[in-house]
Design a protein around this ligand. Structure first.
Ligand SMILES: C[S@@+](CC[C@H](N)C(=O)[O-])C[C@H]1O[C@@H](n2cnc3c(N)ncnc32)[C@H](O)[C@@H]1O
Length: 301
């Protein structure tokens, strides 16, 4: 296990179950976002996201769920994800341990693999839970979205006396539409299940305040810690894979170099093409006067 820390942001490279058991204080965390392996066979840099049996996956999950509940402050909130097929088990397991306030559907407009003979999966479920339903943070005013009835249709509510225009903003319901992170998006990192910044922004703005501590035990590309930093929260991120941890160290500006290697974002194929196109070719006469200058785009013509 390795620990890195800078300006209130801690990054652990190691097994979340061990680190949660030995390194994180009980009742110390304001908000937990947990996006574990889903047991659906993704490839996490060579680590297979598939347990021998479903029971083994669930037993493993229940072990860290128990730990996470212990780590949460009495006023804390927990957002928990998994695949559609395992969420019912998580839901039932959590029901007598914590208060589930919302069952959220994160919906997106395209599925990775297009199903041909069944209905392809276009959403991922998220449970929003709090320890104490009478005392928890929920900054509704910071996550308001457009209320179309009021803002577009400009309808008047005649049930009110005197009649009033409908509100133009509202608290989001439990179906959230955010695009998945695509290869060409600026936020893209090399990871098969990176979560969008926009999704984490809504969660962190709603369920924490500046200075609060946010924990993500399966950090991947460290989206949670990255957003926590931009919103002036503190963060603890845990990730077992060294390459993914390096993404976190870079995204959070914790280190510039790792074991002598400069931490840089990998150049994507379309960016390489752009760089080549931008490279200039300059021809000089033997006496040094410039004869010709062009870029690759013109050479290719
Ligand atoms: C679903 S991904 C998380 C993606 C992340 N939310 C993001 O936005 O990039 C799950 C991550 O858990 C990591 N992981 C798997 N087993 C782990 C363990 N025992 N301890 C810590 N991390 C683990 C995987 O390497 C993978 O990056």
């Amino acid at each position: 296990m390795q620990i890195f820390e800078k300006d209130g942001h801690k990054i652990y490279n190691g097994d979340a179950l061990e680190i949660l058991s030995n390194q994180i204080e009980d009742n110390s965390i304001d908000l937990i976002f947990v996006d574990p392996p889903y047991n659906i066979g993704k490839n996490f840099n060579g680590r297979k996201d598939k347990w021998e049996t479903d029971k083994k996956y669930l037993d493993w999950s229940y072990f860290w769920i128990e730990l996470l509940i212990k780590k949460l402050k009495s006023t804390g909130s927990l957002y928990i994800m998994t695949s559609t097929q395992f969420m019912p088990y998580y839901d039932i397991y959590l029901q007598d341990k914590i208060n589930i306030l919302s069952r959220i559907v994160w919906y997106y407009d395209s599925s990775g693999v297009q199903a041909k003979k069944y209905y392809g999966s276009m959403y991922e479920p998220i449970l929003f839970c709090v320890k104490d339903k009478n005392n928890y943070t929920f900054n509704a005013e910071n996550i308001l979205v457009e209320a179309k009835t009021g803002s577009k249709r400009k309808l008047i509510d005649y049930r009110k006396n005197p009649p009033q225009l409908y509100n133009t903003e509202k608290i989001p319901g439990n179906v959230w539409e955010f695009p998945r992170v695509r290869y060409r998006m600026p936020e893209y990192e090399k990871h098969p299940t990176q979560k969008p910044i926009a999704l984490l922004e809504r969660i962190i703005k709603a369920s924490s305040n500046e200075g609060d501590i946010i924990l993500d035990p399966f950090s991947g590309t460290f989206t949670t810690s990255y957003v926590a930093k931009t919103l002036n929260r503190k963060s603890i991120g845990i990730e077992i894979d060294e390459d993914y941890t390096k993404i976190g160290l870079r995204r959070l500006s914790v280190l510039e170099k790792y074991n002598g290697e400069k931490l840089e974002k990998e150049i994507r194929t379309f960016e390489t093409k752009k760089i080549i196109e931008q490279q200039t070719l300059t021809l000089f006469e033997p006496d040094g006067t410039q004869l010709y200058k062009t870029n690759q785009e013109n050479i290719n013509k």
